[in-house]
Write a protein that binds this ligand. Structure first.
Ligand SMILES: [Fe+2]
Length: 251
């Protein structure tokens, strides 16, 4: 997948417009200032650094995030139609969706992924990116939340939980929040489920777009069958006392 310059700029404009339209208060300007300050990095960022994962191409990040915002608004609507208690706002939906993968940015100095210096990996494996080892390890949700605190951007509890838990049960660390059987410790907002479902949907769409046709056009080798038919192995009872006992039982 490749995006041309026009598509990159259109996606970036959609992204900025989500902030403009849905985010209120002083954090709107803070978000715009931050994203515009690092515009070049964001516009060209991939959503992942391995071709096996989703949207691993220049511009893949913004393209993915826009899809998650759009899907989140629709998934939110769906949950509302089914009568869930809407104890979060539309602004929280968009804020969480916009920033759910922010941790993929890296930090203010280091980008999380860099162009792969290994020609061999680019040519033979299509790995155009490599992870930047200058960056200290943090999970994507942790780094995203940390970045927001560094920017002095206030964040609601619902948004915090939605960003933290957006990988759902794909991340073991989320179990205490998502596998609670006691009503008191269950989440009191549905926002993390909504963001997770929207993210899952977006990543699946991106996987199908990238891989399904390629996979279907690849001949699948039939499993090799042995030419000689294998007879089931016979178990021979060698135990004489067992044979004697059985003989006396049946006589
Ligand atoms: Fe995502």
């Amino acid at each position: 997948m490749e995006l041309n310059e026009e598509q990159l700029l259109a996606n970036w404009s959609t992204f900025l417009n989500y902030i403009e339209k849905y985010i209120t208060g002083e954090r709107k300007q803070k978000l715009l200032d931050f994203y515009l300050q690092y515009e070049e990095r964001f516009v060209l960022m991939p959503a992942s650094h391995k071709p096996q994962y989703h949207n691993c191409f220049p511009g893949g990040y913004v393209e993915h995030v826009n899809r998650v915002v759009e899907a989140s608004l629709k998934v939110n609507q769906l949950w509302n139609e089914f009568g869930t208690k809407s104890n979060h706002t539309v602004e929280e939906v968009v804020f969480a969706a916009l920033n759910h993968d922010l941790g993929k940015f890296g930090d203010f100095v280091n980008e999380a992924v860099l162009p792969n210096p290994s020609e061999w990996h680019v040519k033979n494996r299509g790995e155009i990116y490599t992870f930047n080892t200058q960056l200290d390890y943090m999970t994507v949700p942790d780094r995203g939340l940390w970045l927001l605190t560094q920017l002095g951007i206030s964040i609601s509890k619902n948004e915090y939980l939605a960003i933290k838990l957006h990988d759902g049960l794909y991340d073991e660390a989320n179990k205490p929040y998502l596998m609670s059987w006691s009503p008191e410790t269950k989440l009191r907002t549905s926002l993390p489920y909504i963001i997770h479902q929207a993210d899952l949907l977006a990543a699946r769409v991106e996987f199908e777009r990238e891989w399904i046709d390629k996979l279907n056009n690849t001949p699948v080798e039939a499993p090799k069958l042995s030419k000689t038919k294998q007879e089931p192995k016979q178990v021979v009872v060698e135990n004489d006392s067992l044979k004697d006992a059985m003989a006396s039982f049946f006589n």
